[in-house]
Design a protein around this ligand. Structure first.
Ligand SMILES: [Zn+2]
Length: 210
């Protein structure tokens, strides 16, 4: 059974106590889904899972920062899900997600991009045909911090260049509600995000670290 066949539904869930976004991504045919960055919204997400009668196979973290992983256990304890993330950020992940990985792990529908910079093990999830969950790498009109332990502004620049190369109508779903809208497109970001308008790495580093 191909458990996550496209098109997948994407539900964006805003935390009640912070500006974090969590995501519930599921196949409306099979009812199988994944939870991304449960954050402080785990209870709210469990309620939604119940309502939609979903079977959650994976909890995925875009990176290891506390505000993104803090809801993991509540989801893992109340579903059959296994934890999936990049091992550099989340060493206890049962399923290691690295460049070229997919979910489900064998020839899956969801493709993993390793996008270091904000943290060494940051990932983005490409959900065909044209959606990317961008974590703290790319926000609406902003980008992730690159001055934290483990951050690399050089890597962040490269990761953002990769995202910017996706088709203009690609929809981006960020890890925080920092922009004028909760989600946007690559086209909008190229036109409105100053960090995507930097022509060189040096210019990017001046803007991001200055
Ligand atoms: Zn972060």
């Amino acid at each position: 059974m191909n458990c996550l066949s496209i098109p997948l539904e994407i539900i964006q869930i805003k935390s009640d106590v912070s500006d974090n976004f969590s995501y519930l991504v599921y196949c409306p045919t099979s009812g199988i889904g994944i939870v991304i960055d449960p954050s402080s919204s785990a209870k709210k997400i469990l309620k939604k899972i119940d309502e939609l009668e979903l079977d959650i196979f994976y909890v995925v973290n875009t990176h290891g920062h506390e505000d993104h992983v803090q809801g993991n256990n509540l989801i893992l304890e109340n579903t059959i899900a296994r934890l999936a993330a990049h091992p550099q950020d989340v060493p206890d992940a049962v399923i290691a997600l690295t460049e070229g990985s997919s979910l489900p792990p064998q020839n899956g529908t969801i493709h993993i991009l390793h996008t270091p910079g904000h943290t060494p093990g940051s990932i983005c999830l490409h959900i065909p045909p044209n959606n990317i969950i961008t974590g703290d790498t790319l926000f609406v009109t902003k980008v992730g911090r690159a001055d934290l332990p483990g951050s690399s502004p050089e890597d962040l620049y490269t990761s953002l260049q990769r995202l910017a190369a996706f088709p203009p109508d690609t929809r981006i779903f960020p890890g925080h509600d920092y922009g004028p809208t909760p989600s946007s497109t690559i086209e909008f970001e190229k036109a409105n995000n100053p960090y995507l308008q930097c022509k060189t790495l040096e210019e990017f580093i001046r803007l991001r670290m200055g």
